[in-house]
Design a protein around this ligand. Structure first.
Ligand code: SF4
Length: 577
């Protein structure tokens, strides 16, 4: 079954921000945490938050110790005052776009205007917005309600941020008919309208649509309405277990979207389940290819082979004749480090990639055995390359182990967690890229003459930046799971936008280093060819930033392409020159 994933599916900015605020508070472990009302309408996410010690309360009465978080919907000023009086620490996670609507209502009603709010009068966001009005405010949900309004002074219109665009347009038409001087503010959030527009755009391009999200989530239900209006056969599911497999087996291409409160891991689970349904015209070969690529990705064999190929490129870049020995060591080392990662995983993979987590759980013994074999094979091969190479390879393996172990004796749980390298913010991407450079560039050159040191350093920097960009991109893919389990990754520490900028700068650094090496004559002409994998990685970062591709298996495979390309170019260069 082919699945077309909507680019806008999943957490919107406001929900993601609120989740990050709640999870970072929960990970600090400083006293009890409450949210005023459910943070989002998603049962699975709420269960997860409960397991992290976050309690939902409808009223703060009786509470006096801990922190209380205002969710993305916001609250009225009156309620905010009442919260402050409780003595609880108030943390505001109101979405900035909702704050804008609140400010508009406050500002214009202060000047004598009357607010007409298009939305659901019972919705928490609307109740909060009404609270900002200095005079009477009127909430309307249908065009006909406009005729029952009294004569209004300086009327103006705002909308609940998740309103249906079409309903808003129809209501505004009636408002301007009845109150020609009314001022209209279209406050419908782009995240909502683009999500709805994308559903409409599926019409004629897919055989059916799956909408993932809580059954009580208003914006998810509205997506179903939009699909129905557009004539697309659709099913609303909360999890992959709710999918009607028989219904979709009749189809060939299925669209997939999700409400603003649906986390990535749930969307991915549904996508995988759908992909697993044998579509109308699928054949045996296609299924076999898909299963094989899944195995290669889940088992990390594809990633490790990428490191081996990068090693080939490093050899050509440092004027070595490429052979199979060091790429094999690189493959073994990277594979072993990934197995180590499996052991160190605090459970984030279950949230980031449930299918991969299930694969690992099913094949753990096999993967660990393969990891152990890789360590042994890597060390044995390096032993035959000389003492220095062996010692360096052994030191690299040991440093991989130290990464996850407490550095100093611990005196309690808190102390222990602070003393591991892996808990230093951003250390994972740094360690991964340093390890890649060490095994692909330094190890093969450990016994070389001193006059090639500059070339090794330049190649090392160029490949470090390239590897760092890939590691950073994967960190972004894993951000939701890392947040849940409290791993201090790069995007969590400095934010996703800054991480993307940093990755671009790193790739620019890689291209500049290669060019400098080429111009000064320290690096061979192959340095010019290596700018192609750097450009390919830049495109991967751009693909994420512009949402051309959605994080998932396909994107992971695509992100490996620059390493494979570098290996291919190295082989071509070795054959030609
Ligand atoms: S849908 Fe828009 S307004 Fe509502 S929380 Fe998300 S980003 Fe904010």
């Amino acid at each position: 079954m082919r699945v077309k994933l909507a680019k806008s599916a999943g957490f919107c900015m406001g929900v993601r921000r609120a989740m990050e605020i709640v999870l970072s508070q929960a990970n600090k472990g400083k006293g009890p945490i409450f949210t005023l009302g459910p943070l989002i309408h998603n049962k699975q996410v709420m269960d997860m938050l409960r397991s992290k010690g976050v309690t939902t309360v409808e009223e703060p009465s009786g509470l006096s110790h801990g922190s209380i978080i205002i969710r993305a919907h916001g609250i009225s000023p009156e309620k905010r005052r009442a919260l402050k009086e409780t003595g609880l620490r108030v943390i505001d996670a109101t979405c900035p776009k909702v704050v804008r609507v609140q400010s508009l209502v406050q500002f214009h009603t202060k000047k004598g205007g009357t607010a007409i709010i298009v939305g659901d009068p019972k919705h928490a966001e609307v109740i909060g917005i009404v609270g900002y009005s200095r005079g009477p405010a009127y909430v309307v949900g249908t065009p006909d309600e406009i005729y029952s309004l009294p004569q209004l002074q300086k009327p103006f219109v705002v909308a609940q941020t998740t309103q249906n665009k079409e309903t808003f347009r129809r209501i505004v038409r009636k408002v301007t008919e009845r109150f020609p001087d009314a001022v209209v503010f279209d406050t419908i959030c782009d995240a909502t309208s683009s999500r709805q527009a994308e559903v409409r755009s599926f019409s004629g391009n897919v055989d059916g649509l799956v909408v993932v999200g809580g059954y009580h989530s208003g914006n998810t239900r509205r997506l179903m309405e939009v699909a129905r209006d557009a004539g697309i056969p659709a099913q609303h599911v909360e999890t992959e277990k709710d999918l009607d497999r028989k219904y979709f087996a009749e189809m060939e291409v299925v669209g997939l979207t999700a409400g603003a409160s649906t986390p990535n891991w749930m969307i991915r689970s549904v996508a995988r389940e759908l992909e697993g349904i044998k579509g109308k015209r699928e054949n045996f070969t296609w299924n076999a290819i898909r299963k094989a690529s899944r195995f290669l990705l889940f088992s990390n064999l594809l990633i490790s082979a990428g490191a081996g190929l990068l090693c080939l490129a490093a050899e050509v870049l440092t004027d070595n004749r490429p052979n199979w020995i060091f790429p094999t060591i690189a493959f073994c080392y990277i594979y072993a480090m990934h197995v180590l990662n499996i052991l160190l995983d605090k459970g984030a993979s279950a949230y980031n990639d449930p299918q991969r987590a299930a694969f690992i759980a099913d094949h753990k013994a096999f993967l660990l055995a393969l990891g152990g074999f890789s360590v042994a094979a890597g060390l044995i091969i390096s032993f035959f390359q000389g003492v220095n190479t062996f010692v360096f390879a052994a030191a690299l393996t040991a440093s991989g182990l130290v990464y996850g172990l407490p550095l100093l004796p611990s005196f309690g749980k808190a102390a222990r967690s602070r003393l591991r390298i892996k808990d230093i913010p951003g250390s994972r991407s740094l360690a991964e890229s340093l390890g890649t450079v060490a095994v692909t560039t330094l190890l093969p050159n450990i016994d070389r003459k001193a006059d090639s040191l500059t070339a090794i350093a330049l190649a090392g920097f160029a490949l470090f930046f390239l590897a760092f960009a890939k590691a950073g991109l994967f960190e972004i893919f894993r951000v939701q799971g890392d947040l849940i389990v409290g791993t201090e990754s790069l995007p969590i520490s400095i934010g996703e936008k800054r991480t993307v900028t940093l990755l671009k700068v790193a790739l620019l650094g890689s291209a500049c280093t290669l060019s400098a090496g080429l111009l000064t004559g320290f690096l061979p002409r192959f340095a010019l060819a290596m700018t192609a994998p750097v450009a390919a990685m830049f495109l991967c970062v751009l693909a994420y930033e512009r949402r051309w591709l959605y994080p998932g298996l396909t994107f992971e495979a695509v992100s490996e392409f620059p390493f494979y390309l570098s290996g291919f170019l190295a082989v071509v260069a070795a054959v030609l020159f």
